[in-house]
Design a protein around this ligand. Structure first.
Ligand SMILES: Cc1cc2nc3c(=O)[nH]c(=O)nc-3n(C[C@H](O)[C@H](O)[C@H](O)COP(=O)(O)OP(=O)(O)OC[C@H]3O[C@@H](n4cnc5c(N)ncnc54)[C@H](O)[C@@H]3O)c2cc1C
Length: 418
């Protein structure tokens, strides 16, 4: 729970303190600093986390990047997917395309493509652009330890690796500190849901020419054992691909690496012996969890601190970046005289809108997406066959599914609806 901090020693005061310098914290910092709020991002580690994690960004997020003039850079650094998504069987099985979702059709002037780019590269772009604003600052090696809410501010305690304590004060604090969010824990907000124990997930980055064997930029491979998502993870020049797949949870983590060649033998198309460059392997557990509320007093949760899902539908980071887009339309209004006493409604609106979206849409899409890949449950198999039949027989259905991916957020969110 929130702790009692000493009165003295507030060394820095800001409009907003963001805890966590991952992509969500950096994008929020960029948004708020651009709107003139004095914003500091506090990050526990010494730099951006470089491990292979999220990499897919849908038009709803790209539209937001465009507003900050960073879209071109993101597109150049990554792969512009105008090919849609392909469902197929494994290379070692029948190696057959089952169905495809075509690229989305957006209204005139809107973005109708996705971008595939490693999360660390995106974070670097966001950081560089945020640092152009004088009202933005970023402090690495600064770990959030605790907080205390006062009448009109929140006080925070942080620590540095050399054991120094530093205190901050802000009108509002946003926890963008990831799935195990110390901010969420300090507030005592439950993180409801479950962890998947049927598979240990693997994020594998490698260089291999899938294109040569007819694979488009995004593929869902269906198989009870060797299910996978195979996608481009960089621009063509860098030639990086990602395989998101699973391995038995009974295999100890230190033995995973020796199972990778056999896994790739079953998943990679093309002649043998296979010639690939393995770049990174990241094993992890996936979860479906959501915070009971995204706000407590003057403290707000955003990104993985508020919600986590399995990565197979690529909605984890996208959902966090949409949280930022909504919060940065509402939070600056809390600083205006008009909302001097009604700011809680603005923040409740953020919490309700974003939590409902996660629970009613994102969670369902993620669950369906995972089961579609590997489940042998007759109900799931029947639903999957219906889905593929619709895609194959009715082009209008494919366009409809693709159309749901090119939606755009409205510029104004009316606080009176809170
Ligand atoms: C292996 C793996 C693969 C994934 N693959 C995908 C994918 O394919 N597609 C997808 O959409 N999503 C994927 N995800 C999820 C995606 O990475 C997250 O949704 C994304 O990182 C969320 O960003 P964030 O900024 O909210 O949190 P994070 O990226 O976790 O950033 C949180 C930051 O807070 C910092 N922090 C933590 N505690 C403190 C503290 N006490 N004080 C200060 N700072 C602190 C951390 O150091 C970190 O930098 C994957 C995740 C993992 C782990």
């Amino acid at each position: 729970m929130a702790k009692q901090l000493p009165e003295e020693n507030i060394s820095e005061q800001h409009d907003v303190v963001i805890v966590g310098g991952g992509p969500v914290g950096l994008f929020l910092g960029l948004n708020l600093a651009q709107k003139g709020l004095d914003t500091v991002v506090l990050e526990a580690e010494a730099d951006i986390n470089q491990s292979p994690r999220a990499l897919m960004y849908f038009p709803i997020v790209l539209n937001e990047f465009e507003k900050f003039g960073i879209l071109d850079e993101v597109v150049r650094a990554g792969y512009k997917n105008q090919e849609g998504l392909c469902f197929r069987t494994t290379a070692s099985g029948s190696n057959k395309v089952l169905a495809s979702i075509p690229p989305g059709k957006a209204s005139q002037g809107s973005i109708d493509y996705g971008v595939q780019l490693g999360q660390p590269r995106l974070a670097e772009i966001l950081r560089r652009h945020a640092q152009k604003y004088p009202s933005f600052s970023l402090q690495y090696n600064t770990r959030f330890v605790g907080l205390e809410e006062e009448h009109d501010a929140v006080r925070l305690e942080t620590s540095t690796p050399d054991g120094k304590t530093k205190y901050f004060s802000a009108r509002f604090v946003v926890g963008c500190d990831g799935a195990s969010s110390p901010v969420r824990k300090a507030l005592g907000i439950p993180f409801e849901g479950y962890t998947w124990h049927d598979w240990r997930f693997l994020a594998i980055n490698l260089r291999y020419d899938f294109t040569k064997y007819g694979y488009p930029a995004a593929n869902h491979v269906l198989d009870p054992e060797d299910w996978a998502v195979i996608v481009r993870a960089s621009n063509v020049e860098e030639g990086l691909w990602r395989i998101a797949t699973g391995i038995s949870p009974d295999i100890p983590v230190e033995e995973i690496e020796k199972h990778i060649p056999a896994k790739l033998e079953r998943l990679l198309p093309g002649p043998r012996p296979l010639q690939y460059e393995l770049v990174a392997v990241n094993p992890y557990w996936a979860h479906e969890r959501v915070a009971k509320t995204y706000r407590s007093g003057r403290v707000i949760l955003c990104g993985d601190a508020a919600h986590v899902n399995n990565p197979l539908t690529a909605l984890g980071l996208t959902t966090g970046l949409v949280d930022v887009a909504v919060l940065s339309r509402l939070l600056p209004q809390a600083f205006t005289p008009q909302h001097a006493s009604s700011w809680p409604r603005l923040l409740d609106k953020y919490s309700t809108l974003r939590r409902n979206d996660f629970v009613n849409q994102v969670q369902k899409l993620c669950l369906d997406g995972k089961l579609r890949l590997h489940s042998t449950d007759p109900k799931v198999v029947a639903a999957r066959e219906d889905f593929f039949n619709m895609l194959n027989k009715n082009p209008g259905f494919g366009d409809f599914v693709a159309g749901t991916m090119v939606e755009k957020l409205p510029d104004d969110l009316d606080p009176s609806l809170a």
